[in-house]
Design a protein around this ligand. Sequence first.
Ligand code: FJE
Ligand code: FE
Length: 370
Amino acid sequence: MLRQHLSLFSFSSSSSPIYTALARLAKRNSSHRVHLASRNTSSSSRSSANNRPLLFLVLFLLILAVTAVFLFPPAIMSSSSSSVPFESPRKVVKKVLSLSQSEGDGATVRRSIGRHELPNLDPFLLLDEFSVSKPAGFPDHPHRGFETVTYMLDGAFTHQDFSGRKGTIRTGDVQWMTAGRGIVHSEMPASDGVHKGLQLWINLASKDKMIKPRYQELESKDISQAEKDGVAVRIIAGEAFWVRSPVYTRTPTMYMDFTMQPGSQFHQPIPEGWNAFVYIIEGEGVFGKEGAAPASEHHCLVLGAGDGLIVWNRSGAPLRFVLAAGQPLNETVVQQGPFVMNSRAQIQKAMEDYYYGRNGFEKASQWSSA
Ligand code: FJE
Ligand code: FE
């Protein structure tokens, strides 16, 4: 199921006119074949020689068609579709500026998803762009019912949790933490200086909320990358350009970091029915449709329905943004700070479990990161 969804992602080349035409042709071929086969079986009592000239004619036409596609791709393209690579490109339906606010202990975050104008975007609960220097940080706090994905843009953060786990993620690294039934941890700058990154919270389906906690850590060097025509992508989750991230997404999710050079353009398929957004880290770009006003850094763009996104960088500087999309859970979300459940009663239970050290929070009472 997951694989099926994620294999839909691919880099721009797979949706180029020639691929589209070939795919259509292959589809047509296979339906022809089925048709012929059923004809043959149904008329098997008659002489099959009757069908032979027809078969040769069809084969001849097929070979002609395949040759034509290779020789004149633009002609095929213009006859079958316009220059738009998708049937229904996604447009920006909402644009939210992420203003700075304080969080944790003296830390500053720019919150986009999770703020008043955009309370959540199923399955996404929160997106913070953080910029933190010592002694500020996010000291000991619990989580239950969702996943946190921390992507370092610049600097290093040290995390420590109540089961004795400790580690540091640096520029370009990702920590994909599935809190499940419970994790208590601290997230603090690893050294002096300013440390920047993104933290995305992804909800878990009700059936997964109480699973065993799990970490997936990707070092920068292990993150798959692809580059084409002035567009570079780092694939945090999902698949692009036939390259797939090793991250297992319990809630089906794609998450990619794009850098587009001035003058470049590209298109990325996004599964229909998934909720999707862009968060601009640096520079400015045109998203969704050619005539749209450019959007600049610290803006979150919610994408409407459709099967893919087209982006243009018409500025004189590089454009960097993340694109994330996820299959909506369509379940009731009840959030109380770091606990995200499906009902008030489950939130009450989470707070009691944390307080009394039960159901996943057993190690909470004796632990402190200091
Ligand atoms: C949290 C307050 C918090 N955004 N971005 C309340 F600050 C946090 C929290 C974070 C956080 C951590 C990092 Cl490393 C980056 C963040 C909020 O830890 F979870 C709750 N509930
Ligand atoms: Fe946390």
